[in-house]
Design a protein around this ligand. Structure first.
Ligand code: MN
Length: 147
């Protein structure tokens, strides 16, 4: 089972994300602030982190910085979930250590596609080149950078 940690301070948003993720077969863990998110990562070893930017105690930027400073967490995919829908904020997010970006309100299909893209990306990193099979979603990689 793929474990998704949802770090989000808003209970309604957490519940929505849980429902969307469980409907797609993911196991969902929850954290209500940035500090709890870091503790949950150490304790539960999620496969991917959905990280709200605006949170108390530690915000999403601080959490992703701490994750990237930890060599043991270098391959943990982190997907930003944020109300900041402006283009400049998206670039800021992607330059801050996040692997992807979803803006609220959450689109169920975009959520599913980003999760699959990031989980495959991580599998590829862990797969020797000789057995590497190109995944169709990789073709979007070059285009993503210019969006
Ligand atoms: Mn928030």
């Amino acid at each position: 089972m793929t474990k998704v940690l949802v770090a989000e301070d808003n209970a309604v948003n957490r519940e929505l994300l849980r429902e969307l993720l469980e409907a797609r077969g993911y196991t969902v863990l929850e954290a209500c602030d940035g500090q709890e998110a870091l503790r949950m990562i150490e304790q539960t070893h999620p496969d991917i982190l959905l990280l709200d930017i605006g949170m108390p105690v530690l915000d999403g930027f601080a959490v992703v910085r701490k994750i990237r400073e930890n060599p043991g967490l270098a391959t943990l995919p982190v997907l930003a979930v944020t109300a900041y829908a402006m283009q400049g904020d998206r670039e800021n997010v992607l330059n801050s250590g996040f692997d992807g970006y979803l803006s609220k309100p959450i689109n169920a299909r975009a959520l599913a596609e980003e999760l699959e893209r990031l989980l495959h990306k991580r599998e590829d990193r862990n797969t020797p080149k000789s057995t590497h099979e190109r995944h169709p979603t990789e073709k979007r990689g070059a285009a993503d950078a210019g969006q």
